[in-house]
Design a protein around this ligand. Structure first.
Ligand code: ADP
Ligand code: MG
Length: 679
């Protein structure tokens, strides 16, 4: 029963079936002062009645518990026989459970209960554990109190040797961590709240420490075995470009990341680096400089973009940057003509093409390279395992891979979910960017928003109006877009105004043409779904209106907003919503209005949604902590990681005497220790 309902198989599982909370049994709630805000109630009183009510499936057992201040209703739908045998009207009981209200009367269904003895009433403060249990177990009388009894008895039989320390002494001392043995005892039956807090801290630290240890060991393993091409020199192409053609000073973040990449590509190991940089932080330039170094070392590079529009834009900007250098850059996409394709593929095969840009068409098997050494993947979440495998086949050793994403991931999440990859962060924008003003407006303000767009257009600017398209195929969303388009047209009639429209159902050629008209300024307004989201660069656009903004997630809103504020002009983002907003939606909009910082937004996103939900994160065992939370225990996670890195730097095999206990513990975990079976 325990096994099935709570997946408790061993004593160790029972030990790690942590209490939800503790209650002080000398300190009970008064029924009269319970209110809707209280999540739980713990009450002492006299059972005045116990009646079976209703018939068949609707049958339930209802008890009334009275204290000097009021009456609490107790309800059971299951296990009725057993409860009837266990409770007697007229007797005194302590009851505990999740509090609800039914027609103004406080109520607990399936409460935990026990006899209320005189000793309990006068006893000294004692913190009793409350365990998560299930209705089925409760119905059989296996409630929290029984679990507490099991656990208590088990703890009597356990000695320090059964729960040996697994953290080095200096760490326990530095962070004042309770011993492991004490921590397990105190987390179940604490001597005081303070003892409990210490126990919890110790066990959380242990969780985070070993999670980081595992991730770091995997990473080291990978570094040890993955041979890669060596780019050992910085040559003429890079130097010439850097000295004479770089149109701006690099930001410190760009310089730092470039150094990290150079170190990796010179190390003889294959690089696998994730570069996170907020929208507009200048990732493309980092990619270009890296590809020039590759070319200096006689290697070819490729850069893959998720859409044709974006690939084309990369092609335009990169060819412009290097127009005075002897670098051969080509673009290969689905719409490249057959004739051109043949020429480009020939150039890749004979090595005369230095940099091949494109959509994922560039890694098709047909495209052969003479000597591919470096691959950039823009917007990583569209790059799967299969594509990676294709890339691997392109040369005798896999190329170095730089994956770039503009979806900031909170550092704590990156440390746990991506900790085994190398990753770089660009948390700095080039100087001189004017922050985008973001405002939240009600739908009723639409006319004034449209007037505002008119003014901006009069001043020579352009505007985006975005409609949600939750699913590319959803008919309703599509109709919404069309309705919106008609409405926008009525505000902005031709021939004074011209409007482009782009959505996922359009033919690629039409989409591209509509986009181009907006890019070149022939149209002043772009009505679009989120296909516009990634990477598109129209510096003259200064207004971004997002319709039904409450339907978008934070990172998507941030991405969309990043389409403006790319030129010299002051830019605006207007979030239009309906009147009724959920609490989460309200929170999201507030954050968007408050900050432009993608990393801050990502942190908030993590707080609101929790780690499992964040887009682009791999479902990872590393995130399944029992006690620790990567949101609430951020600081502790950082500390644990630092300690792990310090240890591994000196002792990568964990073979020093002081680290043996770490190794022993991890090996023990792998073997699923031989604790006796129960249940
Ligand atoms: P993202 O990181 O979002 O891909 P981009 O690489 O498209 O950003 O760069 C955004 C804009 O910033 C481009 O117009 C680029 O030329 C410009 N830029 C990049 N680095 C710098 C810099 N160090 N100083 C000034 N402008 C820069
Ligand atoms: Mg980009």
């Amino acid at each position: 029963m325990l096994r099935k309902e709570l997946s408790i198989h061993t004593f160790k599982d029972l030990l790690e079936h942590y209490p939800l909370r503790h209650i002080d049994k000398t300190n009970v709630d008064k029924i009269g002062s319970l209110n809707q805000e209280d999540e739980f109630a713990y009450v002492a009183g006299t059972l005045v009645s116990l009646d079976l009510i209703g018939q068949g499936r609707g049958q339930r057992l209802v008890g009334k518990l009275k204290d000097t201040t009021g009456i609490l209703e107790l309800v059971w739908f299951q296990g009725i026989n057993w409860v009837q045998k266990s409770l007697m009207p007229g007797h005194h009981y302590l009851v505990f459970g999740k509090l609800g209200f039914f027609m103004g009367t406080p109520q607990i269904s399936h409460p935990d209960f026990e006899a209320y003895t005189a000793q309990k009433a006068t006893g000294k403060a004692f913190l009793e554990p409350i365990y998560p249990s299930t209705e089925k177990l409760k119905a059989r009388g296996l409630n929290g109190a029984m679990l507490a009894k099991f656990t208590f008895e088990m703890l009597q039989k356990i000695f320090p040797k059964d729960l040996p320390e697994n953290l080095p002494e200096h760490i326990c001392t530095t962070y004042k961590l309770m011993s492991r043995y004490d921590a397990y005892k105190q987390i179940h039956f604490p001597a005081s709240q303070n003892h409990y807090d210490h126990a919890l801290r110790r066990l959380k630290f242990e969780e985070l420490f070993f999670a980081q240890m595992r991730i770091n060991l995997i990473k080291m393993q990978r570094h040890r075995f993955s041979k890669g091409w060596v780019f050992d020199k910085v040559g003429n192409l890079f130097n010439d470009f850097y000295k004479h053609h770089l149109p701006f000073e690099l930001t410190n973040a760009q310089k730092r990341v470039l150094k990290e990449i150079r170190k990796d590509t010179g190390s003889g190991k294959q690089m696998n680096r994730l570069l996170q940089g907020d929208v507009g932080s200048g990732k493309t330039m980092v990619a270009l400089l890296s590809m020039l170094i590759a070319a200096d070392n006689n290697f070819q590079s490729t850069l893959m973009a998720p859409t044709e529009i974006l690939a084309q834009q990369h092609y335009n900007s990169l060819t412009e940057y290097v127009k005075d250098l002897p670098v051969n850059i080509q673009l290969l996409t689905g719409s490249t003509s057959a004739k051109q394709r043949k020429v480009i593929m020939q150039g890749c095969a004979d090595g005369s093409v230095n940099i091949l840009l494109g959509t994922h068409a560039v890694i098709e098997d047909k495209v052969q390279f003479a000597n591919l050494g470096f691959a950039v993947v823009d917007e990583q979440h569209k790059f799967g395992v299969a594509q990676r495998a294709q890339l691997w086949k392109k040369n005798t050793l896999p190329p170095h891979v730089l994956v770039m994403t503009a979806t900031p991931i909170p550092r704590t999440l990156a440390l746990t979910a991506y900790g085994d990859l190398d990753y770089s962060i660009m948390d700095e924008l080039p100087p001189g960017r004017k922050p985008i003003s973001t405002i939240h407006r009600n739908e009723s303000a639409r006319p004034s928003v449209m007037d505002f767009i008119k003014e901006e257009i009069k001043a020579g600017r352009q505007a985006y109006i975005i409609y949600p398209l939750i699913e590319e195929s959803s008919k309703m969303d599509y109709e919404n877009l069309m309705k919106g388009y008609e409405e926008v047209k009525s505000f902005f009639p031709e021939p004074k105004y011209w409007i482009s429209m782009v959505h996922g159902k359009l033919d690629a050629k039409v989409k591209e043409a509509n986009m181009q008209r907006f890019v070149s300024g022939d149209t002043q307004i772009m009505v679009s779904t989120t296909v516009i989201e990634v990477g598109v660069n129209v510096p003259n656009a200064s207004v971004m209106v997002i319709e039904s903004a409450e339907k978008f997630g934070l990172s998507q809103l941030h991405q969309l907003r990043g389409r403006v504020g790319r030129g010299a002009d002051k830019s605006y983002c207007v979030l239009l919503t309906g009147n009724k907003l959920s609490r989460d939606a309200r929170e999201r909009l507030k954050i968007m209005v408050a900050t432009n910082d993608g990393f801050k937004i990502a942190e908030k996103d993590l707080e609101i949604r929790g780690p499992g939900e964040i887009e682009g994160t791999r479902q990872s065992g590393a995130l399944n902590f029992r006690l620790a939370s990567i949101v609430l225990d951020k600081a502790m996670l950082e500390v644990a990681r630092e300690e792990v890195e310090k240890i591994l730097e000196v002792d990568p095999d964990l073979s020093m005497a002081e680290n043996l206990l770490i190794k022993d513990f991890m090996q023990g975990q792998k073997q699923k220790t031989g604790w006796g079976k129960i249940a």
